[in-house]
Design a protein around this ligand. Structure first.
Ligand SMILES: [Zn+2]
Length: 414
């Protein structure tokens, strides 16, 4: 087991040992370990899924760390399958280019570049780009689309090689990556090595406040090791000798923050946003275990409400299907106990997941043509962050009397 998982006993940011357990989800399989029909006859690996709070720096975190090789080397999620994300990164690339005066000689490095979804719009703007991603499947897709991509885990050691190969970077981005890494200090050492003196490191992470406010417990899975507040990030970057100069709210993944970080010596003026976020977080008492106890009660309440609704529908002879097979869906299904006895199938637009079965609950994943052929009475929107586009796409289903079920922030039928 030791090679598959390790347990750390101190805080990922400040290294103190007295962490408070705040959420316990027992053991679940890996959220992206979809099973082929052949694998249905094999046992699945389950790993503990428990969340802790550090009262000193405010970091909410997992302490059981599944081997990154196991999690990310065979990563199936190609970001560009989502038009919502494509649009999001196009706007992002344009705003960064204007704000930091990027030119054709500038270099943008993206850590965890996936299929090149963020770098493609930078490249279209004429800027030199390089992606780094350990997942061969998605990195190869990026290369096919003409985005130079290194297949590797970004680390301090790797950063030295990269710097030699490409020179210094004007902008380094890490969107939805930072929460996935145990040794974030090592990543930042690498970032400092590659970044030019006035370069900017921009990271995007799901925001702890939205996680709490919207009851997004399903984003807890083994890949997500940290649940960040601005307070915790600021504490962390100060330890690394860097400065947070701006924070923006973005609406991906149910609510994220984009954080701009530079060397103190780069002398960018810190925007008022940084102080505003920290003050708001203080008012919410994000370092108090009480906040998380109340959260846990809300999640339990939602679990009972959703299961009651699904059981009642099944007893009334209704059929139910799921829509969307994102990783977080498998936390929802496994932690709430929703299996094939309740959902006939799950529709997902990614060809990489179609024909497979959801980890743990083993619900078949099919394409949207299947939904048209065998429409259910109800659709549980598992990919709730895309609820509006899913409902729009399935207007005909709704007009014909079909209903949607939203699991979050409270179970609701529409
Ligand atoms: Zn800490």
């Amino acid at each position: 087991m030791s090679k598959l998982m390790k347990h750390r006993s101190t805080c990922r940011i400040c290294d103190q040992a007295q962490l408070v357990p705040v959420l316990s989800f027992g053991a679940t399989p890996l959220a992206n370990a979809f099973l082929s029909p052949k694998q249905l006859h094999e046992p699945e690996l389950y790993f503990p899924l428990n969340v802790f709070l550090c009262e000193r720096c405010g970091l909410v975190q997992l302490q059981d760390i599944v081997s990154p090789q196991l999690l990310f080397s065979d990563y199936l999620y190609a970001s560009s399958t989502s038009p919502v994300f494509r649009a999001h990164f196009e706007v992002f690339a344009e705003s960064v280019t204007t704000r930091f005066h990027l030119k054709s000689s500038s270099l943008v490095v993206d850590i965890g570049s996936n299929d090149g979804i963020l770098l493609a719009p930078f490249q279209r703007l004429g800027i030199r780009v390089c992606g780094v991603d350990p997942a061969k499947t998605v990195a190869t897709l990026a290369r096919k689309h003409g985005i130079p991509t290194e297949i590797a885990f970004f680390s301090h050691t790797y950063a030295k090689k990269l710097r030699k190969k490409l020179g210094g970077a004007d902008v380094i981005t890490a969107t939805n990556v930072f929460a996935h890494v145990d040794d974030i200090a090592d990543i930042v050492k690498g970032v400092k090595h590659v970044l030019k003196p006035r370069g900017v490191f921009i990271l995007e992470v799901p925001y702890l406040v939205d996680f709490l406010k919207q009851n997004i417990f399903d984003t807890v899975y083994h890949e997500h090791l940290s649940y960040f507040s601005v307070t915790a990030l600021q504490y962390f970057f100060e330890l690394q000798g860097l400065e947070v100069i701006d924070v923006e709210k973005v609406d991906t993944h149910g609510g994220s923050i984009r954080v701009y970080v530079t060397r103190g010596s780069a002398k960018y003026a810190a925007q008022p946003s940084v102080k505003e976020f920290v003050e708001k977080e203080e008012k919410l008492s994000l370092k108090s275990p009480k906040v998380y106890a109340a959260y846990e009660r809300r999640i339990q309440h939602n679990k009972l409400a959703l299961l009651q609704l699904l059981f009642d529908l099944k007893r009334a002879g209704k059929s139910i299907a799921g829509y969307g097979a994102p990783a977080k869906g498998n936390t929802l299904l496994n932690v709430f106990g929703i299996g094939p006895e309740l959902l006939d199938y799950i529709v997902d637009d990614s060809p990489l997941k179609q024909g497979k079965f959801s980890p743990g609950k083993r619900i078949p994943v099919v394409n949207s043509a299947h939904l048209e052929r065998c429409p259910p009475d109800y659709i549980l929107i598992i990919a709730w962050n895309f609820a509006s586009s899913i409902m729009k796409k399935n207007q005909a289903f709704h007009r014909a009397g079909g209903k949607f079920i939203l699991p979050i922030p409270r179970p609701k039928v529409v």
